[in-house]
Design a protein around this ligand. Structure first.
Ligand SMILES: C[S@@+](CC[C@H](N)C(=O)[O-])C[C@H]1O[C@@H](n2cnc3c(N)ncnc32)[C@H](O)[C@@H]1O
Length: 328
């Protein structure tokens, strides 16, 4: 007989699959631009491909952030009145977070709660950070805010929450949605809690485009994996060779857009959804945005969402900012 934990896990997996199915149908039914939510890029294969992207010389974001944390983690920690519990939104493999946890662990025991929609990313995070001295890790496989609410409910009296949102993942939201997301994060926090927010800054367009369109084609594989995932999980019949990875920079929105361009007229069944997708030649499916910021703008957006800046660090080689805020 199945245990209640097994039954709960099966129920959660069924709900996740049904939400994936309805999001796919909704995004691909748009009369105008067809879209797929970028969170579905991150299944086990997508998360592994993202880790590979972080190793590419063209993808300067990760190394910039690594340099910043290596140099400034102690300074960040010194600005935080303790004791602090740490929640990380979209932790991925957690590699860069090590510097912060080690700096914090020099002064206190640390409860660290990575939150990620990808179970395999959390598994890697556990491998990376689960054995640090003075650090106890409990992961939440869930959407950002659901996870954050659970972490907030666990904190003890007198503990402050430090929320990490690294990797410039906020750039996946449109600017208004990003600001609303920060408001939602703020609503979960108490005055005096903190947020360390990473944002990729504007830079020359060829440099930023290359970061999302690397010559070996790792980002192209990451992008196409969203269709492969639909094939695996929803009985889709996409022929991946009929799609091209396309990267555009929208100058007015100051964002990279990743699309999948159909090389031909196509009529593709997604069997479990009972849905057929019609695509014209050269029509695209928009899969991800990565907005780029101005360092001052980051403070303004966060200020409107209820945060006050307490420090900002910029990488000298690859324009990238980490900004520390207090909830006010
Ligand atoms: C761009 S990666 C960044 C990973 C890591 N923070 C880093 O800096 O390398 C985004 C991460 O957020 C996770 N993610 C994406 N959408 C999410 C959502 N709605 N809720 C929770 N996690 C999400 C992905 O699985 C992925 O691990």
């Amino acid at each position: 007989m199945a245990s209640s934990a097994q039954m709960a896990a099966t129920g959660a997996a069924t709900r996740a699959l049904s939400e994936f199915c309805s999001d796919v149908v909704m995004g691909l039914s748009h009369p105008g631009q067809k879209e797929l939510p970028s969170k579905y890029l991150y299944d086990a294969l997508g998360s592994a491909l993202f880790d590979a992207i972080c190793l590419l010389p063209e993808y300067g974001l990760s190394r910039a952030e690594m340099r910043l944390l290596e140099r400034h983690a102690r300074e960040v920690v010194e600005r935080l009145p303790g004791p602090v519990v740490v929640a990380e939104l979209g932790s991925g493999n957690g590699q860069k977070t090590r510097y912060l946890l080690e700096a914090l662990a020099r002064r206190q025991r640390v409860n660290y709660y990575p939150i990620d929609i990808s179970g395999s990313a959390l598994f890697r995070c556990q491998q990376e950070l689960g054995h640090l001295e003075m650090v106890s890790l409990v992961g939440f496989e869930s959407a950002y805010l659901d996870g954050l609410h659970k972490v907030a409910a666990r904190r003890r009296e007198g503990e402050r929450l430090l929320v990490l949102f690294l990797g410039s993942t906020i750039g996946n939201f449109d600017r208004p949605a990003g600001e609303q997301f920060l408001r939602d994060v703020r609503a979960t926090l108490r005055e005096g809690d903190s947020l360390l927010l990473a944002t990729d800054l504007e830079k020359p367009i060829p440099m930023v485009k290359l970061a999302y369109d690397d010559p070996p084609g790792v980002t192209a594989a990451f992008n196409k994996n969203i269709l492969a995932r639909i094939n695996r999980e929803l009985g889709g019949e996409f022929d991946l060779s009929q799609f091209e990875h396309v990267v555009r920079y929208d100058e007015s929105e100051r964002r990279i857009e990743m699309h999948l361009r159909s090389k031909a007229w196509q009529n593709v069944a997604i069997r479990k959804a009972g849905f057929r997708l019609h695509l014209r030649k050269d029509e695209t499916i928009w899969t991800e945005s990565s907005h780029k910021y101005d360092r001052q703008e980051v403070k303004e957006i966060s200020g409107r969402a209820g945060f006050e800046p307490a420090g900002q660090w910029i990488d000298a080689e690859w324009p990238f900012a980490q900004t520390l805020f207090f909830a006010v």
